[in-house]
Design a protein around this ligand. Structure first.
Ligand code: SAM
Length: 323
């Protein structure tokens, strides 16, 4: 399929670089305004893996990146364009030529580059997942949570704003990696057109052990946070929260901050990957750091800087009173 998401569907791209531009921003510290509190409300929902796991991979084409399986998003976009999928985000994002439609579609249909930065950091810093409870917040493809799962995390929960993303992308990716755990994804070079496991497992496939350690949620951050804390199966707080490219919109900072504060364990850590600045939307690393500082709940530090193209950072965030 030949279309490209943009932050600036209506702007002349020659005037201002887009979020995809590899050029350094002229004024990194510009726009230090702190955001006003606005909310993004979308009801929370838990999504359950069907007993016959193979259904999750029906009509999916698998590819591989950094040793992990993920579903080909163009195929998902093609199959979801008919408007029969509740949210209809694929048609909406195509018709608006946009990566993001605030409050409607928040970008989870593609893998954003800071995900790879955070994956690299987790490996370089030898972050341990064994016996930890982990949340992949704003997960999109869910690769960060899958890395945690492969690192023997005790529980991994995935959240995305859009239910379509959870059902058509995140859950299939998790299933594909669990079904194929230890098989060719670990040993072969990256290549496309792998056979989906659904073709190999013609009979119904039961829930592999690792999958039973996962839960999936869609909805706005505040709503998902409430659901997690109040449900009949309330989650314990998370030892690690991994989140990539989730601070582009300053309007959401309040909800994001409070969600982290509600869901992080007392001595837990958040690893947040972000670009220095999101042109056209206004958010970025420094603005979020400033927001955090003013709220006085967390302390944050930059633990990795990626210099190539538009600067990108990994932040480590912990409670001020943590040990
Ligand atoms: C740009 S995408 C990044 C997806 C993925 N983390 C990656 O790096 O590829 C931003 C993600 O943040 C989540 N998100 C953004 N704003 C949100 C909000 N107000 N409430 C809940 N989720 C939100 C969406 O689920 C979306 O997938």
């Amino acid at each position: 399929m030949d279309f490209r998401f943009n932050f600036f569907p209506d702007e002349d791209e020659t005037k201002e670089p887009s979020a995809h531009d590899e050029t350094e921003p002229k004024h990194e510290h510009q726009d230090k305004r702190l955001p006003e509190e606005k909310v993004c409300i979308k009801a929370a929902k838990e999504h359950y893996i069907p007993a016959d796991v193979s259904k999750v991979l029906e009509n999916k084409v698998l590819e591989k990146v950094s040793g992990l399986y993920y579903v080909n998003m163009s195929v998902v976009e093609l199959t979801c364009q008919d408007g029969t999928h509740g949210e209809d985000i694929v048609s909406k994002s195509i018709s608006s030529h946009s990566d993001l439609i605030p409050g409607v579609y928040e970008g989870g249909l593609k893998i954003w580059e800071c995900t790879y930065d955070l994956m690299d950091f987790l490996s370089e810093a030898e972050i341990q997942f064994a016996n930890k409870t982990v949340l992949d917040l704003g997960c999109g493809a869910g690769l960060l949570g899958i890395v945690a799962l492969k690192g023997n995390a005790e529980k991994v929960h995935f959240q995305d704003y859009n239910s379509t993303v959870i059902e058509e992308i995140t859950m299939p990716n998790v299933v594909a990696n669990c079904i194929n755990d230890g098989s060719e994804a670990d040993s072969e070079d990256d290549r496309t057109d792998l056979k989906p496991p659904s073709k190999r497992h013609k009979k119904s496939v039961s829930l592999p052990d690792k999958l039973s350690q996962c839960r999936f949620f869609s909805g706005g951050w505040s709503e998902v946070s409430q659901l997690l804390l109040s449900s009949s199966k309330p989650c314990s707080k998370y030892d690690l929260i991994l989140t990539s490219e989730t601070i582009y919109n300053p309007d959401y900072y309040g909800a994001l901050h409070d969600t982290l504060a509600q869901l992080l364990a007392k001595d837990g850590r958040v690893y947040l990957a972000s670009k220095v600045h999101y042109f056209g939307v206004g958010g970025g690393t420094y603005l979020f750091e400033q927001f955090i500082e003013e709220r006085k709940v967390f302390r944050s530090s930059i633990v990795k800087e990626v210099e190539e193209g538009l600067k990108r950072f990994i932040l480590e965030i912990t409670f001020k009173d943590s040990t």
